[in-house]
Design a protein around this ligand. Structure first.
Ligand code: 6PG
Length: 247
């Protein structure tokens, strides 16, 4: 069952997302002594990150019990402007006391992408020992205009990998490698929340939520594999929905 919540604007979306992150984090720490979260990149989550870096969340959450990883990463050094980890650290993690050894960026350098993917998978397997799949308390996703999520792009063979926790696909239209949690690794999250904002995402969100067509898009496939995804959209991103899929 996929839940949809529509917020009036990006600021309200960030607030609603922060409320969910806060609630999930506090519950996870209470139940299991830690909160494991995997972050997507791109532009959309910046508002959420900045909200979590400010009061009340900055002063309220059990930061020492966080374990932060990434859903996906670009094949760039961590100090590169395109780095998802750099954005999250500058917008959020440098402003809260999460212990540095509990922040797990993809080790994109110095080795080749395949080695980096294996190293990152080893990091995740150490976070979730004895588990057949990573059981993040929360995975945060975005959606691209083409329906990709994480770095799982339409038509990519990486979508079919049923074994790896981490994949490193070559993305032809980007002419670059990407690092990504695999579809099953994402689908085993305890909670899965997608954040989508802006009118440019209205067509793709209609396809993802209402009109899958013959070849479901990666964002729909991931949500369906999980089974209980929650989509938080601003009104602009939801503007092409019929209302049937609204919560
Ligand atoms: C990335 C992301 C990617 C992102 C979507 C949406 O590395 O780019 O993880 O999956 O979530 O492309 O990006 P925007 O939020 O910038 O629209």
């Amino acid at each position: 069952m996929t839940a949809l919540v529509v917020l009036p604007d990006p600021a309200a979306l960030a607030t609603a997302a922060a409320e969910r992150v806060g609630a999930i984090a506090e519950a996870a720490v209470a139940e299991r002594g830690r909160f494991t979260v995997a972050l997507s990149g791109g532009a959309t989550p910046r508002g959420l990150f900045e909200t979590l870096a400010a009061p009340p969340w900055r002063d309220r959450l059990p930061w020492a019990r966080f374990e932060v990883a990434w859903v996906d990463e670009r094949d760039v050094p961590i100090d590169h402007p395109d780095s998802n980890a750099r954005m999250a650290c500058r917008a959020w993690l440098e402003h809260v006391p999460v212990p540095p050894d509990r922040i797990h960026p993809v080790p994109t350098r110095p080795g080749p992408p395949a080695d980096a993917a294996r190293a990152y998978e080893a990091t995740l397997r150490a976070l979730f020992p004895y588990e057949p799949w990573p059981r993040f308390d929360l995975v945060l996703l975005g959606v691209g205009e083409d329906g990709h999520t994480a770095s799982l792009f339409p038509g990519s063979s990486a979508l079919e990998d049923a074994e790896a926790w981490v994949v490193a696909p070559w993305v032809p239209h980007l002419e670059a490698y990407r690092f990504s949690l695999s579809l099953p690794a994402i689908a085993h999250a305890r909670r899965l929340i997608g954040l989508v904002a802006g009118a440019s995402k209205a067509p793709v969100m209609r396809a993802v939520l209402e009109a899958p067509g013959s070849e479901p898009l990666p964002a729909r496939r991931v949500a369906e594999a999980h089974g209980h995804a929650e989509w938080l959209l601003d009104a602009a991103a939801a503007s092409a929905l019929s209302g049937r899929s609204r919560a």
